[in-house]
Design a protein around this ligand. Structure first.
Ligand SMILES: Cc1cc2nc3c(=O)[nH]c(=O)nc-3n(C[C@H](O)[C@H](O)[C@H](O)COP(=O)(O)OP(=O)(O)OC[C@H]3O[C@@H](n4cnc5c(N)ncnc54)[C@H](O)[C@@H]3O)c2cc1C
Length: 274
């Protein structure tokens, strides 16, 4: 995964994922949950500092240590305020699957990915909204996904019991030479598809029909929006071992974005996941 200057996370050979908008916050998640009592957001646990070093932890990490306890890093005296924060409520919401407060925040992203990734992605219907580039209006970008040799060879080797990742039963174990040959064939096929596509456009074939030849490896672009609850459900399925590598790469980038924007919630989400 590569970060570039304008905030885009570059993925696969021509893909990217970029934050368009974030709304809501973890404070608002807590505030919404407290509608039941009308108390609002009371504050996060107080950050602790150590007089002996800068090895401070944030509130919840240190909770349970008594006042005057020693810093676990330098064994010096820790300045300690034993004030539990609203992390506790956030945890309770999460562990008890009280999901609606997590609908009070979310993100919109822009993604460029192969059509085959979008086929899987768009199966996530609730609570997402999608707008995709339309090849009825605009010719698609001339980018096709070519997997790396490693992706093919290691993917076949490590499929394990995942039937969807396995080769067909009668096929031999694929190696580097055979993969290279297949990738050449794939590239030539992409070039042929592009020629037929362009030929159709030049001849005046309607764009919505000229695209008949566009393969699922062709890159497309979309915006996707959803609330945090939905994104976490998406991550649970797509940033997970059984998911296909290509969508998982994008899901991991969503994970990175969300971790930066909603760190406490993502820490709860990550607990117990390996
Ligand atoms: C590893 C993997 C392999 C897959 N393989 C295949 C495959 O071979 N073939 C295939 O067709 N699909 C496959 N899928 C897609 C899968 O079946 C789901 O469509 C996809 O993961 C979206 O999940 P979802 O339905 O939970 O999401 P959403 O549609 O976004 O729904 C989110 C949640 O809302 C609720 N919900 C939504 N709609 C309804 C409803 N109508 N009734 C009741 N509750 C509802 C459910 O709680 C659901 O979990 C695969 C998915 C994964 C992750």
């Amino acid at each position: 995964m590569t970060m570039v200057m304008d905030g885009r996370i570059e993925l696969l050979d021509h893909g990217y994922l970029q934050l368009v908008e974030k709304w809501g916050s973890e404070e608002q998640i807590v505030e919404s949950a407290r509608m039941s009592t009308g108390k609002g957001f009371l504050g996060w646990g107080v950050e602790e500092t150590c007089e002996g070093c800068d090895g401070s932890g944030t509130g919840t990490k240190m909770l349970g240590h008594g006042p005057g306890s020693l810093c676990p890093k330098c064994r010096g005296r820790k300045v300690f305020i034993n004030k539990p924060g609203d992390e506790k409520l956030l945890r309770t919401l999460w562990t008890n699957e009280h999901g609606t407060p997590f609908e009070m925040a979310g993100i919109t992203i822009e993604v460029q990915a192969p059509i085959m990734v979008f086929r899987e992605w768009h199966r996530h219907r609730v609570p997402f909204g999608y707008n995709e580039l339309s090849a009825r209006y605009t010719p698609l970008p001339d980018f096709d996904y070519v997997p790396s040799i490693e992706r093919v060879v290691e993917g076949a080797k490590n499929a394990g019991r995942n039937k969807q990742a396995q080769a067909v039963e009668a096929a031999p174990t694929i190696g580097e030479v055979s993969t290279r040959e297949w990738l050449d064939e794939l590239t030539q096929a992409y070039q042929h598809c592009e020629r037929v596509y362009q030929s159709g456009l030049k001849r005046g074939v309607p764009k919505e029909l000229a695209r008949l030849i566009v393969p699922v490896g062709r890159y497309s672009r979309m915006r996707a929006t959803g609330n945090l609850r939905g994104w976490l459900a998406f991550l649970k399925l797509r940033d997970a071992k059984p998911a296909q590598h290509e969508i998982r790469v994008f899901a991991k980038a969503v994970h990175v974005l969300l971790t930066g924007l909603f760190p406490r919630t993502l820490a709860l989400f990550d607990e117990g996941r390996s």
